[in-house]
Design a protein around this ligand. Structure first.
Ligand code: 13P
Length: 249
């Protein structure tokens, strides 16, 4: 059985005091939640504060990016070791916003996944097609390519530590979400791709989330799908009440 995982990707939102308010509010309402794994992914500046607040709780902590080198002359970057040292459990890798605005490629995504795993951080790897690619009928091919490139060179023993997030770019922050059936189909394809690279038993262990305009009103529909193991949530993770409702789907 794969344990469902709901992660809040705060993106570039929340000062330290706002982070405290949000996390304290969520913990207060969800302290006993054991059947769903809940992960906060604040900006780098709030990671230490959030860690302090969640340290006696089952909540997890994730960063939103990392660099693949251990240390050195890489101004502005943050290493896997630094995130581990802060108490991070997870790190988001290859979000479409990073691919679009910061030059992230399938190759850098692969390097970052390897570096995260080497530091004992669990990657949340994002894949997803643009609207133009979907309309051109290229979704299946692109998703397969992104998944294969992300996992290139990884041993089967580490695959279960990876979470994949299927986030169609056209559904992010737009209020236009994929239908649950479409999301389930693409996520099934990701699992099939992993089974072809490794085997079915490995593929069956990997948790795959849907992301893109997930809200309290539609989360249950996604979570009821056979292939969908969770959600990576942007906007609706920024308010206590909506995030709590999501987790209580
Ligand atoms: P929204 O939930 O705001 O659409 O963002 C999704 C996302 O990009 C999560 O990583």
């Amino acid at each position: 059985m794969r344990k469902p995982i709901i992660a809040g990707n705060w993106k570039m939102n929340k000062t330290i005091s706002e982070a405290k308010d949000l996390v304290t509010g969520v913990i207060g309402k969800l302290a006993d939640k054991e059947d769903v794994e809940v992960v906060f992914c604040p900006p780098f500046t709030a990671l230490a504060t959030v860690k302090e607040l969640i340290k006696e709780t089952p909540f997890g902590l994730g960063a939103q990016d990392l660099y693949w080198q251990e240390k050195g002359a890489f101004t502005g970057e943050v290493s896997p070791l630094m995130l581990k040292d802060l108490g991070c459990d997870y790190v988001i890798i290859g979000h479409s916003e990073r691919r679009e605005h910061f030059g992230e490629t399938d190759e850098t995504v692969n390097l970052k996944i390897k570096a995260a795993l080497a530091a004992d951080l669990k990657p949340i790897v994002c894949v997803g097609e643009s609207l133009a690619q979907r309309e051109a009928g290229e979704t299946a091919e692109l998703i397969k390519k992104q998944t294969e490139a992300a996992l290139a060179g990884l041993a089967s023993e580490v695959i279960a530590k990876i979470v994949i997030a299927y986030e169609p770019i056209w559904a992010i922050g737009t209020g236009r979400s994929a239908t649950s059936a479409d999301a389930n189909e693409v996520i099934g394809l990701i699992r099939k791709t992993i089974a072809a690279l490794y085997d079915q038993a490995v593929a069956d262990q990997v948790r795959i989330q849907y992301g893109g305009s997930v809200k309290p009103v539609n989360v249950t529909e996604y979570m009821n799908q056979s292939e969908i193991d969770g959600a990576l949530v942007g906007g609706a993770s920024l308010e206590v009440d909506s995030f709590v409702k999501l987790v209580e789907y």
